[in-house]
Design a binder for this molecule. Structure first.
Ligand SMILES: [Fe+2]
Length: 237
């Protein structure tokens, strides 16, 4: 009784070479950035996320140049695997920020609505490889096999058992030195850090535009930013 599965979500991961060598300098830079922020802008049970605290430009900070290079390299591999012609697009890191998840902290479900591709790099993970420090959880919003909408809801008990065809979530245990790449629109969150030590990661949002000189795709791919024109100040008066 064969049953085929189609339309897979592509989640990329790679354990980055030389990650150990860069761990301490990255950690020190991240904790300095966190310390420099006075005001806490989210709930105590939520991880400290740089993007909510004005720390969203680490891609322009030379202390993070090694990891930025790794993100560029692996995102290109991911885009090629998706079948994209790299000569026709120009990728940009649009924003990048640290996330520090301490004991019993998590990151709620969300998607990165202003980007196309997202990446996360795990700088420090207590009990690396286990789910103790909090998993990256992807949610299946497409629910291709939910033949009656709502059938898989937590408010019903109609589902007798979980099979590969009705999974609501895919969980990835964090691994120190690992880089993950996924579609930015894919809803995700991070489960609780049950350990006493902080789990420290870096998030990257990447935007794809058309490459200069590649026309004809602008309805589907943002035109090169060189073609944009900001409103004049006059228009705002
Ligand atoms: Fe995220």
């Amino acid at each position: 009784m064969p049953i085929d599965t189609w339309f897979p979500l592509a989640i990329y991961y790679e354990d980055v070479q030389d990650s150990i060598e860069h761990k301490m300098s990255l950690l020190s830079a991240i904790f300095q950035l966190e310390e420099a922020v006075q005001e806490r802008r989210n709930f105590p049970e939520m991880a400290w996320t740089g993007d909510l605290h004005g720390v969203h430009n680490i891609h322009q900070n030379p202390q993070f140049s090694w990891v930025v290079g790794q993100v560029e390299k692996h995102v290109v591999i991911y885009l090629k695997a998706l079948g994209i012609d790299l000569a026709k697009i120009k990728p940009y890191i649009q924003r990048a920020w640290p996330v520090i998840s301490r004991h019993q902290q998590e990151v709620g479900m969300h998607s990165h609505n202003t980007a196309h591709v997202s990446a996360v790099y795990y700088v420090a993970v207590p009990l690396s490889g286990s789910d103790e420090a909090g998993c990256l959880a992807f949610v299946d919003d497409a629910r291709m096999n939910e033949v009656s909408p709502g059938l898989g809801s937590e408010n019903t008990d109609v589902m007798a058992n979980w099979t590969p065809f009705n999974q609501e979530q895919a969980l990835y245990a964090p691994v120190e030195g690992r880089l993950m790449v996924f579609p930015a629109k894919q809803r995700h969150g991070v489960t609780l850090n049950h350990t006493e030590a902080p789990r420290v990661s870096l998030s990257f949002d990447i935007v794809l535009t058309a490459a200069v000189g590649v026309s004809g795709a602008y309805e589907f791919l943002t035109p090169p930013i060189q073609l944009w024109r900001p409103f004049s100040d006059r228009a705002e008066e």
